[in-house]
Every structure is written in structure tokens, then in C-alpha cells.
Write a protein that binds this ligand. Structure first.
Ligand code: GLA
Length: 399
């Protein structure tokens, strides 16, 4: 219902800006990661779920050779020449859309003239992957409009390429994959090397997302730095034992035997990745067994490892986790996404969100002076087309 209203409102914005109604509407969700953090670019395992906050996108083909994009959230408009798509420095938000058109062209597909309006309910910079949601919504829209036939995993890869090579952020595959392949009521266990995946039902638990309100500029540079520390550690270990291509291949025994080849910092980074991969596989099994106690413990251990070994948490995220773990009905809690601010994810009994609202929110506010934003979500479906019912379209009744 709410989704239908937002879609109808976006349709109106599109018509106001571009002078004609859109041909079709699409949506793609943000995500939380239950566990498996900073493992995707190490060829490891992740267990994310799509959330009920999403990006909506309205689109119509045009007869010229232009991609024009309008952002309802920024109230800005931006145009790209399809013959020569270049990154926009002035309108960075538009690069997630243009990058996908660029990546489709690079892969040999033909993209025609098109108008796009978008609107996001995924807060930007909060670590819930609003950028992957925009990319996936765009890729589904462009492939449907121009008859391009690509399976979802290939679409996710293409969107990752847009982000890596066009936007310039060296992210892994997790965010694009879950935004494209999420399933309602399920988390997704993904092997980031083979792209084999499995949907795992989330039966009884509630997922609570808490936005710390902290936004750090250094996320991108710290991310790059972590990534290169992992690559350097993997390269050194590969010289010690055959068969190591990435930290995914490293065992705890490898670290014991050959850890002295690494710097102290590389050893800690590698230890996080190696133990996090183990935790993620155990967590997927615990979720299958509906053993939420074990899953919760693994999440808490993941947070500690991210805080101490990987050093991507911050005092505010640590506080949110501590407060969540002290709330009745909570199984586990951890930072989610790249870190340095953004959100935590908490797994709890149904209804625990109310206790969190009453106890965690005022204590966090008192200690930090920040207002946390909190919501419960069920795992949502990946990107799809949205069909608006006629009764939500203004003036449609009489037509
Ligand atoms: C960001 C990246 C992902 C992943 C996470 C950390 O969200 O986009 O690819 O690396 O950080 O797990």
C-alpha cells in the first residue's frame, strides 16, 4: 500500500519533470549483512538479507541518444550523452545510474535514449547499500526496456563493474548480489568466489537495523587500505603454501605456521577474514537449524573481530551493540557494512524492537548526543518491476 503510494508519487514527479508519464516502474532493496563482513573481496562467504527500504525508479525510452536522470531526493537533473558516457563530478548521485548504462555498453549491449527518475528510502551513507539498490534498479530497468537478456548473477557482476570502474569504488560483489537476488523471508548465503548461493529462511527472528547517525568521510580510503592489506597478506601466504589464491584459502593452521611472514597488522586483518569465513558458514547452518542463540553468539564474535582485528568499528557502533546485547529478547548484534559509522544489525525475538526503542534509544542519545534511527524489517525480495494499480494513479479512474 505504502509502496503503491510512493510509486504513484514518483510517477507524478516523472511526468512533471519530463512532460510525459513513465513507461514502467522498478524497485530494488537496500540490504543488511547478518554476518560475513569484509570477506567478499577476499573470495569468502557472506550472509546478507535485502530489507524493506528500497529505491524506486521510473523510466521511459526516448528517441534521442541521451540518458537523462532526475533525483527526487536531491531535486536535481542531469544528462549524459550515450555516445560518450563520462562520470559526473558535479552530480555524483547520478553516476550509479550512468555507470550501469556504461557497463552495459562495455559488455556489448545497446542502450537507447532513456529518461529516469529515482527516489530512495534507503538512507545514503548509512551502510545499507543505497548505491547497489540504485544500480540494480537501473540495470533491471534498462535490460527490460531494451530487451537485453541477462541472468541476475550476471547483472549483479555488471553493476559491481559499474561501481568499481565507473564510480571508482573497489567494492566486492555482496551488495549488488543481494539487491538482485534477495528473496522475501530469506537471507542469502553466497560464495563470493564461485557465486554459488542458497536462500536460507529466517523463520522466527526479527531483524532490527539501528542507524548510529555517524557518517565518516574516511570510509572509502580505509576500505581501500583494508583491501590492499588483505591482498598483501594473501600474497605472502601464497609463497609459503601452494593453493592459496586469496584469504579465502587460508586456514587457521596456515596462520599459526606462516603468520610470522606477515606484519603484525596484516596478521590481524587476515585473522579476521579467516575466522569470519568460518563464522559465516556456521551462522548459515545455525539459521537453517533455527538455532538463533548460536547465530547471535556468532554475530557478537564477528563484531568483536571487526572492532579489534579489522579495526573498522567506532565507539558509537560499539555502544549500540553493547546496548542491544543488554536488551531482553536480543540474540545477537553487530556492525553491518563497511563500518566507521552507519548501522548495526540486531537479531531478536519478534517484538524486541519495542524494548530497544524504549531502552537503547534514550541511553544512546544520552551518551552520544546523537539520535539513532531504528526500524525492524523482514527479509525482502530483490529488484523487480512494480505494477501500479489504477486506483493509485491520480485521474486514472475516469480514463
Ligand atoms: C561494502 C562493500 C561490500 C563489502 C562490505 C563489507 O558494503 O560494498 O562489497 O565489502 O562493505 O563487508
Amino acid at each position: 500500500m505504502e509502496g503503491q503510494r510512493s510509486a504513484a508519487a514518483l510517477r507524478e514527479s516523472f511526468e512533471r519533470v519530463f512532460g510525459a508519464p513513465p513507461a514502467r516502474l522498478f524497485r530494488a532493496p537496500g540490504r543488511v549483512n547478518l554476518i560475513g563482513e569484509h570477506t567478499d573481496y577476499n573470495d569468502g562467504f557472506v550472509l546478507p538479507a535485502a530489507i524493506e527500504r528500497e529505491v524506486l525508479l521510473a523510466a521511459a525510452p526516448a528517441s534521442d541518444a541521451k540518458l537523462e536522470v532526475f533525483s527526487v531526493d536531491f531535486d536535481r537533473r542531469c544528462a549524459f550523452d550515450l555516445g560518450r558516457i563520462e562520470r559526473s563530478a558535479a552530480e555524483p548521485w547520478s553516476n550509479y545510474v550512468a555507470g550501469v548504462a556504461w557497463a552495459l555498453q562495455k559488455a556489448g549491449h545497446k542502450v537507447g535514449g532513456v529518461r529516469i527518475a529515482l527516489q530512495s528510502a534507503v538512507p545514503p551513507g548509512s551502510g545499507l547499500s543505497s548505491s547497489a539498490a540504485i544500480e540494480l534498479a537501473t540495470s533491471v530497468a534498462l535490460t527490460k526496456l531494451f530487451g537485453i537478456d541477462l541472468e541476475r548473477p550476471a547483472l549483479a557482476r555488471l553493476c559491481q563493474r559499474a561501481e568499481n570502474e565507473f564510480v571508482g569504488m573497489p567494492c566486492g560483489i555482496m551488495d549488488q548480489f543481494i539487491a538482485g537476488l534477495g528473496r522475501a523471508g530469506h537471507a542469502l548465503l553466497l560464495d563470493c568466489r564461485s557465486l554459488d548461493f542458497e536462500h536460507v529462511p529466517v523463520h522466527t527472528a526479527e531483524i532490527v537495523v539501528v542507524d548510529s547517525g555517524v557518517r565518516r568521510e574516511l570510509v572509502d580510503s580505509a576500505y581501500r587500505e583494508r583491501r590492499s592489506q588483505c591482498e598483501s597478506a594473501a600474497a605472502k601466504l601464497a609463497r609459503a603454501r601452494r593453493g592459496i589464491r586469496a584469504l579465502r584459502d587460508v586456514t587457521p593452521q596456515d596462520l599459526e605456521r606462516h603468520g610470522q611472514r606477515l606484519t603484525e597488522m596484516e596478521l590481524r586483518r587476515a585473522r579476521h577474514v579467516v575466522t569470519e569465513n568460518e563464522r559465516t558458514l556456521q551462522a548459515a547452518q545455525a539459521l537453517k537449524d533455527d538455532d538463533l542463540q548460536t547465530l547471535g553468539e556468532l554475530m557478537a564474535a564477528s563484531h568483536n573481530s571487526l572492532r579489534d582485528d579489522y579495526e573498522v568499528s567506532c565507539p558509537e557502533l560499539d555502544l549500540l551493540v553493547e546496548l542491544a546485547l543488554a536488551t531482553p529478547g536480543v540474540y545477537g548484534s553487530r556492525m553491518t557494512g563497511a563500518g566507521f559509522g552507519g548501522c548495526t544489525v540486531t537479531l531478536a525475538q519478534r517484538g524486541a524492537v519495542e524494548a530497544m526503542r524504549k531502552e537503547l534509544v534514550p541511553r544512546y542519545r544520552d551518551e552520544t548526543g546523537l539520535e539513532p534511527m531504528l526500524f525492524a524489517t523482514a527479509p525482502a525480495a530483490g529488484a523487480s518491476e512494480v505494477i501500479i494499480q489504477r486506483r493509485f494513479i491520480r485521474g486514472a479512474e475516469g480514463r
